[in-house]
Design a protein around this ligand. Structure first.
Ligand SMILES: Nc1ncnc2c1ncn2[C@@H]1O[C@H](COP(=O)(O)OP(=O)(O)O)[C@@H](O)[C@H]1O
Ligand SMILES: Nc1ccn([C@@H]2O[C@H](COP(=O)(O)OP(=O)(O)O)[C@@H](O)[C@H]2O)c(=O)n1
Length: 233
């Protein structure tokens, strides 16, 4: 890759952001940043040290001071607080059900913005670029990214994927994703594409086709600078 490449991908839950972003980062030899995992890590850490979620300033203060460490290798991304790895813990219901409470705290978002921009700069420096995904990457965190994509999918497709992924009923998935997206959308706009953002609708395409669709958008945006010949590892 001749020059740094930043790919920003946003979208609601279950559209395929994480899995597709990881595969694209692998294919392009870039770092991978899961910004949702950062909010999840904060929620986990607040639970761990028993911070009252109703106390917005205590949550924001904790966000500014906790020792969050993100590993950005797309083949094995990691999340830790200090030396404690919490990759599995942040996916548990206890965290999923409270994560929007920390993510809708505007002081928390300001802190995460600083952390995320620093991580993107690190990805550019060490890996020649980064694929960063979340809810506000194309609009707030990296509005100048070389490639900006909004992944969408029908509510049915998203619920079906999540229930398959978590092995739970579609109904219990509803509150996990639809209600959470509704709360999240009070602070970030991730259901319609902002100016210059390309929409990739994954409702009727499978995972491999979604990866190919994103790679196609990257290629269109940066042309010959991208080598798509290396197979994903
Ligand atoms: N285009 C697709 N078609 C079918 N399943 C998909 C597709 N993209 C992702 N998946 C699967 O759907 C589930 C949710 O994907 P994930 O990447 O976690 O979504 P998000 O990060 O947007 O919440 C995963 O099990 C993933 O393998
Ligand atoms: N850029 C981002 C990414 C995630 N988030 C928050 O973090 C939560 C978890 O994000 P996630 O990407 O792990 O969630 P899923 O889309 O995988 O369900 C979301 O529900 C949002 O509350 C955010 O506010 N801004």
């Amino acid at each position: 890759m001749s020059k740094p490449l930043v790919v920003a991908i946003d979208g609601p839950s279950g559209t395929g952001k994480s899995s597709v972003s990881k595969a694209v980062a692998k294919q392009l030899g870039l770092a991978y940043l899961d910004t949702g995992a950062m909010y999840r890590a904060l929620a986990w850490s607040c639970l761990d040290v028993a911070i009252d979620f109703d106390d917005g300033s205590a949550v924001a203060e904790h966000s500014r001071t906790f020792d969050l460490r993100m590993g950005m290798d797309p083949a094995a991304p990691t999340v830790a607080v200090g030396t404690r790895r919490i990759d599995r813990e942040i996916r548990e219901d206890a965290v999923t059900s409270v994560v929007s409470r920390v993510a809708t705290n505007l002081d928390v978002r300001a802190d995460m913005l600083t952390r995320q921009r620093a991580l993107i700069a690190e990805g550019v420096q060490h890996s020649g670029g980064v694929v960063a995904e979340g809810r506000d990457i194309t609009t707030v965190v990296a509005p100048d990214a070389d490639v900006r994509i909004l992944m969408t999918a029908s509510e049915e497709a998203r619920m079906a994927r999540r229930s398959r992924q978590l092995r739970v009923s579609a109904e219990s998935t509803r509150s996990q994703i639809i209600d959470r997206d509704r709360t999240d959308s009070t602070v970030s706009q991730f259901t319609t594409a902002a100016d210059g953002v390309v929409t990739v609708d994954t409702s009727h395409i499978d995972f491999r086709q979604s990866v190919a669709a994103v790679l196609h958008v990257v290629k269109e945006a940066v042309g010959g600078d991208v080598d798509l010949s290396t197979p994903a590892g």
